[in-house]
Design a protein around this ligand. Structure first.
Ligand SMILES: *Cc1c(COP(=O)(O)O)cnc(C)c1O
Length: 387
C-alpha cells in the first residue's frame, strides 16, 4: 500500500500547498471585522495587484473560480446583451452556458478542442458590429481541458479597437503561471481561483475590474446579491469584506503571495515555461502525442494522448504505483488523454518524477525500451538546466 499523505497532486487544481501556507491556514480564525483582518486584506490586496500587474481594484470572493467568472458576467451585463464567447474546450463551454442562463445573446467563436481560438475571427465579428451591440467578449486564456493557451494579447487588442465591448477573461490557469499584464493589455474583468496558481487550497477567487468595467456595472440589470461586486468594492475601501469570508484562506493567501513576491514574477513565469517544455519534449521522446497544438501549449497543463492505451488505465497505474495524481480527459476525451498539471508549487523534482512515472508505465506496458525511457529524462533535463 502507498504511504499515506505522500500523494503528489499533478492535476490542474487543487495544486500542492507549501508547508508555510498550510501552517498559516491552521491558525485559529480571527474576527473578520477586526483590525487584524483589515491589515491582512490590505496586504493581500496590494500583493494581488502586484500579481495582476494592475492598478485596478482586485476583489477577493469566497467561492471557486466559477464564482468570479459569474460575478464578472452578471455585474457588467444586462438581459439580452450580445456577447462573444470563445469556445475551444470545457471552460469555454461553461461560460457559454452561464451567459445563456442569464439571458445573454451569445455569438460563439469556436475552435476545435486542442487548437487555439483564432484572434482574426474575433476581429472580424467585432469590426462588423457597426451598431456596437456587442457588450462583452468572454475568453478563456488557458483552456485547462485541452492544455491550450489562447492568444489573449491579440484578442484583447481587437476588443479595444471595438471600444464598447468589455473583455471578461478566465485567467484561472494562466495567472501566476505566465505573463498576464492586466493594465498593459487593458483587460477589463479578469477572474482566477485560489486552488490553481496561487498555491493555496480551493475556496477563494479573485476578480480585477477596470474603470470601464465599473462604469458598466452602473447599467447592468442582471440579478445579483452575494456576488454584487459593488458591495465588495465598498467594503474594500475599509479593507473588509461584505460577508464572512474564508478567514483562514486569507492567512494562506497572504503567505502564498509573499512567497510569490520573493520568487519574483519573471522567475515564476520562467519556472512554468521550463516545466512545460521539459514535459512536452519528454512526452514526445516517449512516442506519445501532445493533444494541444504545439504553438499554443499552456504553461500549466500538458494534455497527452495515449493512443491505443486507455488513458484512464494509465492514470490508475500512475496513481497506484507512484502516488501521483494526474487528471483525465473530459467529455469525449475521457480515456483518450490524460493531463499533467504543473501549476503553482511545482519544482524540477516533481517534473522529473512524473516523467519517470510515465516512462516506467510505458516500459511495463511494453511500449518503449529502457533506453528510450532514459532518453526522455535527458531530453527533459535540457530544459530544466536552463536559466
Ligand atoms: C479550474 C478552472 C476554473 C474554475 O473552476 P472552479 O472549479 O469553479 O474553481 C475556471 N476556468 C478554468 C480554465 C479552470 O481551469
Amino acid at each position: 500500500m502507498a504511504i499515506e499523505q505522500k500523494l503528489s497532486l499533478m492535476i490542474p487544481g487543487p495544486t500542492p500547498v507549501p508547508e508555510k501556507v498550510l501552517q498559516a491556514l491552521s491558525k485559529h480564525p480571527i474576527g473578520h471585522r477586526s483590525k487584524e483582518f483589515q491589515d491582512l486584506v490590505e496586504s493581500t490586496t496590494k500583493n494581488l495587484q502586484w500579481l495582476h500587474q494592475t492598478q485596478n481594484d482586485v476583489l477577493t470572493i469566497t467561492g471557486s473560480g466559477t464564482a468570479a467568472m459569474e460575478a464578472g458576467i452578471i455585474n457588467t451585463l444586462s438581459k439580452g446583451d450580445k456577447v462573444i464567447c470563445g469556445e475551444n474546450g470545457k471552460f469555454g463551454e461553461r461560460w457559454v452556458k452561464v451567459a445563456k442562463e442569464f439571458g445573454l445573446e451569445v455569438i460563439k467563436i469556436e475552435s476545435e478542442w486542442g487548437t487555439a481560438l483564432n484572434p482574426e475571427e474575433f476581429k472580424k465579428v467585432l469590426e462588423e458590429d457597426n451598431q456596437k451591440e456587442i457588450k462583452a467578449v468572454i475568453v478563456t486564456h488557458s483552456e485547462t481541458s485541452t492544455g491550450v493557451i489562447n492568444d489573449l494579447e491579440t484578442i484583447s487588442s481587437y476588443i479595444r479597437e471595438h471600444n464598447i465591448a468589455l473583455s471578461i477573461v478566465d485567467c484561472v490557469t494562466s495567472l501566476g503561471a505566465c505573463n498576464v499584464p492586466v493594465d498593459e493589455w487593458q483587460l477589463d474583468v479578469v477572474a482566477s481561483g485560489s486552488q490553481k496558481g496561487y498555491m493555496i487550497p480551493p475556496g477563494l477567487s479573485f476578480i480585477s475590474m477596470s474603470q470601464k468595467a465599473w462604469e458598466a456595472t452602473e447599467k447592468s440589470n442582471l440579478p445579483k446579491f452575494y456576488l454584487n461586486l459593488k458591495s465588495y468594492r465598498k467594503s474594500l475601501l475599509t479593507n473588509s469584506n461584505p460577508y464572512t469570508p474564508a478567514v483562514n484562506l486569507f492567512f494562506a493567501l497572504d503567505e502564498a503571495l509573499k512567497m510569490m513576491r520573493e520568487e519574483g514574477l519573471d522567475n515564476i513565469f520562467l519556472r512554468h515555461k521550463k516545466h512545460k517544455l521539459a514535459i512536452s519534449n519528454a512526452v514526445k521522446t516517449l512516442n506519445l502525442k501532445l493533444f494541444a497544438d504545439e504553438k499554443y501549449l499552456s504553461p500549466s497543463i500538458t494534455a497527452i494522448e495515449t493512443g491505443e492505451i486507455d488513458a484512464e488505465k494509465f492514470r490508475k497505474i500512475i496513481k497506484n504505483k507512484f502516488d501521483i495524481l494526474v487528471a483525465g480527459g473530459q467529455d469525449h476525451l475521457k480515456g483518450k488523454i490524460f493531463r499533467v498539471g504543473h501549476l503553482g508549487y511545482i519544482n524540477d523534482r516533481d517534473i522529473i518524477t512524473v516523467i519517470s512515472a510515465i516512462s516506467k508505465t510505458l516500459l511495463d506496458l511494453g511500449e518503449i525500451t529502457a533506453i528510450r525511457a532514459g532518453e526522455a529524462l535527458v531530453e527533459a533535463s535540457k530544459f530544466l538546466d536552463k536559466d
